[in-house]
Write a protein that binds this ligand. Structure first.
Ligand code: UDX
Length: 427
């Protein structure tokens, strides 16, 4: 099938290349000239495991352009995979979704065959039918579900294993009303053997939010119990191993630590809270989930101060700046909260991350430009005896922590075994 993908960020690029791997031809659309050139020259503009190899292997089966017309006229189905960032008040910013819809709508006017538009971007329930559909209809002068198809197909990709998640998902959720569109999507995903759940459009939109909110809740819940375990001298990882053996609960996604970050959980929980409040609901669980997560990184500093009450003038090493390992992504990273607090306490900070130092400095200049960066984790350990572990990169497992005060936000085994003073956040 011929597929076009609007927006070549993480989701667009991984999804598009996933469809290429499944035997389709893909045209990516983006506004960023640099990205377009990179993709068309088979170079991934982001780091994601397996992506570079895939782009190399399937050269000629995809390219990128800024021209919507070319992309839509030469494809049967178009995925909207643009960003839906948070506004100041937590609500979601639909500027890019609206822009993409307008551009697609204008071209749909000229298209004779039945074209299918699929919203992949995370949007609140009601958006595809309440915002995207009217724009497409107005710009094209055509009717959705009759002259062109429209569906919502959320993504559940984890950064770092996104391609694997695309090809071997736990499930595929497709919000679709008309038969013709359903047929196109069934065909597109035919080679993937996973349960396929067909719902109406707003249900599919909600499944994405409810999934992320539940996972965030699971971690915040574990962290809250973990904080109590810490005070009682109980290992919370063992506790959740035991709890997770109940098949109704599942052992996955139960690691206590300094909390969740990234591009999805913080943004999506905030947007859902905002939406619930707009509807006159008071989502007290979700608000507590977010609050626990905001406090959690500060536990690291609390534990550090048990051993070094006065941080002023002390040098503190920070290992890890990315929001999780195997990515250079620093969006909503817990490292920001930790570093900010250390600086406020008057500490000198020396940090190291294998991939994310540049991004950290650029994304958080208020703290990023006030700290030092080391060339390696070993250099951090040479510079100071006080170490905070913020991201569980595997290379941090190999270090010799002996003689150090280590406060570990992610439970790195070697640190636990060798440090002079070892404190894990919640265990
Ligand atoms: C997440 C969802 O998993 C994915 O389905 C959705 O589409 C996008 O958001 P991602 O942001 O890539 O994916 O990261 P994920 O691996 O899920 O981790 C999110 C955060 O939770 C990280 O900061 C991680 O450190 C933290 N986490 C995860 C925990 O603290 N404990 C856990 O047990 C699992």
């Amino acid at each position: 099938m011929k597929v076009s993908v609007i927006g070549s960020g993480y989701v667009g690029l991984v999804t598009g290349m996933g469809f290429v791997k499944l035997g389709n031809e893909v045209i990516f659309v983006d506004v960023d000239e640099k990205k377009i050139n990179m993709i068309s020259n088979s170079q991934p503009p982001i780091y994601e495991e397996g992506l570079a190899e895939l782009m190399e292997e399937f050269k000629g089966k995809y390219y990128a352009t800024r021209d919507y017309r070319e992309a839509i006229l030469n494809s049967d189905v178009t995925f909207i995979a643009v960003g839906t960032p948070s506004r100041e008040d937590g609500s979601i910013d639909l500027t890019y979704v609206k822009q993409a819809s307008r551009e697609i709508g204008k071209i749909l006017k000229e298209k004779d065959s039945y074209h299918v538009v699929v919203v992949k971007s995370t949007v609140l329930p009601g958006t595809t039918e309440g915002v995207v559909k009217p724009i497409l209809e107005e710009e094209s002068g055509k009717k959705a579900f009759q002259d062109f198809g429209l569906a919502m197909n959320p993504e559940f990709l984890r950064e770092g294993v996104a391609l694997e998640d695309f090809l071997n998902p736990d499930r595929i959720v497709i919000g679709v009303i008309d038969k013709q569109t359903r047929k196109v999507l069934e065909e597109l995903y035919a080679l993937i053997s996973a349960p396929k759940l067909f719902t109406d459009i707003k249900t599919a939109e909600m499944i994405k939010y409810a999934s992320n909110a539940f996972l965030a809740t699971k971690i915040s819940f574990a962290n809250e119990i973990g904080n109590v375990c810490k005070k009682l001298g109980i290992d919370s990882w063992k506790v959740f191993e035991g709890v997770g053996l109940d098949h109704r609960i599942s052992p996955h996604f139960f690691r206590t630590g300094i909390g969740w970050g990234g591009s999805c959980f913080p943004k999506d929980t905030r947007a859902l809270i905002r939406k619930a409040e707009d509807l006159g609901e008071d989502p007290i669980i979700l608000k507590a989930v977010v609050e626990v997560n905001e406090r959690q990184p500060l536990k690291l500093i609390e534990l550090l101060k048990k051993h070094i009450p006065e941080l002023r003038g002390r040098t503190v090493g920070v290992l890890g700046l990315a929001f999780k390992p195997n990515t250079d992504d620093v969006r909503e990273t817990r490292a920001y909260v930790v570093v900010k607090k250390l600086l406020a306490e008057g500490a000198r900070v020396i940090a190291y991350d294998p991939q994310a130092m540049e991004n950290f400095k650029r994304a958080y200049p208020d703290v990023g430009e006030r700290i030092e960066y080391a060339d390696s984790a070993t250099d951090v350990l040479k510079a100071t005896d006080i170490v905070l572990i913020v991201t569980e990169w595997s290379e941090f497992e190999e270090l010799d922590y002996s003689g150090k005060i280590v406060i570990d936000g992610r439970r790195v085994r070697k640190a636990e075994e060798t440090a002079r003073v070892y404190e894990g956040v919640c265990w």
